[in-house]
Ligand binder design. Structure first.
Ligand code: ATP
Ligand code: MG
Length: 222
């Protein structure tokens, strides 16, 4: 098992208001799985993905990645695990505004010990894979929403992560580009055994996953 989440809860407290975003979620994901998560707005999908990706910690419960209980890791070890094993596509992209598309994609490779030449080749390959080879020098503000989303997807693949967590990765894309991205995820899933977990509302997207998880009010429903 590559990801195991045990009895995850997440509460957010703002002033006197407490929001129960997740209410006891258990998930087991095997290496090479292709999983989609769907559910209404506010049902906890992004929260769950952030917790599986060790970006946020749960209020209670445990996340085990590749046999390691992540609650036992120092913040440095956790950062290392995220950088080397997890590729994350945020719902809001979070590209660095002062960097070009090329630089945003190459940035996570900084610590991965690749030669300059290898980094350049890989960045170019990723730009091509998402159909943006002609936009490499554009800054995020010079890109459309869908183009920014594709840069974010390419960046998530920079270090060939064993786990890809993608939050509505086709939310800004037209159907041709959605198909291109799904083909890309499916290829890396099938050929390289990379595990993909994605959030999506789009039935044409979720139907391509091996498994569909429904979330409602912070719980998995069947
Ligand atoms: N950082 C936060 N602080 C306070 N409340 C939060 C925070 N993040 C999420 N929430 C709340 O937790 C609930 C679940 O949010 P989440 O973003 O996980 O929903 P979602 O299923 O991804 O929704 P959407 O489909 O709109 O993206 C929401 O009610 C939201 O208001
Ligand atoms: Mg969300």
């Amino acid at each position: 098992m590559i990801i195991q989440a045990i009895n995850i809860t997440k509460q957010y407290k703002i002033d006197k208001i407490t929001i129960d975003s997740l209410n006891g979620v258990d998930i087991e994901i095997n290496k090479g799985d292709f999983v989609a998560i769907e559910g209404p707005s506010g049902s906890g999908k992004s929260t769950l993905l952030h917790i599986l990706g060790c970006i946020e910690s749960p209020t209670s419960g445990r996340v085990i990645i590749n046999g390691t209980d992540t609650s036992s890791l120092s913040s440095k070890a956790l950062a290392r695990l995220r950088l080397t094993q997890i590729g994350f596509v945020f719902q809001q992209f979070y590209l660095l505004p002062t960097l070009s598309a090329y630089e945003n994609i190459e940035l996570p490779m900084g610590e991965a010990g690749l030669s300059k030449k290898k980094k350049r080749e890989r960045t170019k390959y990723l730009l091509e894979s998402v159909g943006l080879d002609k936009r490499s020098q554009h800054k995020p503000t010079q890109l459309s929403g869908g183009e920014q989303q594709r840069v974010a997807i390419a960046r998530s693949l920079a270090n060939e992560p064993s786990i890809i967590l993608a939050d509505e990765p086709t939310g800004e894309l037209d159907s041709d580009n959605s198909t291109r991205i799904m083909d890309l995820f499916q290829t890396i899933n099938r050929e390289f055994g990379q595990t993909v977990v994605m959030v999506s509302h789009d039935m044409s997207i979720t139907s391509r996953a091996q498994r569909l998880i429904h979330l409602k009010d912070g719980r998995i429903i069947v």
